[in-house]
Design a protein around this ligand. Structure first.
Ligand SMILES: [Zn+2]
Length: 193
């Protein structure tokens, strides 16, 4: 096993439906930490490890907890930092909520370290500003072709909002293949008639 092979396998796209959208207004697409761990375990097995660095940091002003750690894959190390909000209080409910917040911050840190190994990039690129950057050479085409278009709930590449019938019609009229809501269709793609 060499690092290049492992890294390549780690960066493979995840199955359709892996990316999740929180119901909050942020519309931040993300991949659950379990998906990353499952991939690490399957691909790297005994050759990966995660170490928490120091104690969780508490930012009282923001009711936030920050966890730092390091993901090691066959000797290659990448740091990750994650954070989560907690509810202030001293009762047992608040204590267990705080524990959950520390766990959530750790999960967030693992995700951010995985991100530095380029894991999940091809899955998240459609929802990120950097996804269409020419300097990013991940191949998205293979993936979109592999999924029958009708089976996929189409969401705007920019804001991840589900496309309405009006949006779909607008794309069709302009012969635009990429999913965008009418608000976010790049101007240069709109047919000038
Ligand atoms: Zn949009």
């Amino acid at each position: 096993m060499n690092y290049k092979d492992i890294a390549q396998a780690l960066q493979e796209p995840f199955p359709n439906g892996t990316v999740q959208f929180p119901s909050s207004s942020k519309r931040q697409a993300h991949i659950p930490v379990q998906v990353y761990i499952n991939r690490l375990e399957k691909v790297a097995g005994e050759h990966w490890s995660w170490t928490i660095i120091g104690e969780p940091m508490i930012v009282e002003a923001d009711n936030a907890v920050i966890v730092k750690g390091e993901l090691s894959i066959l000797g290659a190390k990448r740091g990750g930092m994650g954070f989560s909000h907690y509810v202030r209080g001293k009762d047992s409910k608040s204590v267990s909520a705080f524990k959950n917040a520390v766990n959530a911050a750790e999960s967030d840190a693992i995700r951010s370290a995985c991100d530095k190994f380029l894991m999940g990039w091809s899955d998240l690129a459609p929802y990120r500003d950097w996804g269409s950057n020419a300097g990013i050479d991940i191949n998205l085409n293979n993936r979109t072709e592999a999924i029958p278009e009708k089976d996929v709930e189409r969401v705007c590449q920019r804001c991840a909002k589900k496309l309405t019938d009006v949006d779909q019609l607008f794309l069709e009229v302009n012969r635009i293949k990429l999913p965008y809501c009418t608000e976010h269709v790049p101007k240069h793609l709109i047919k000038k008639t």
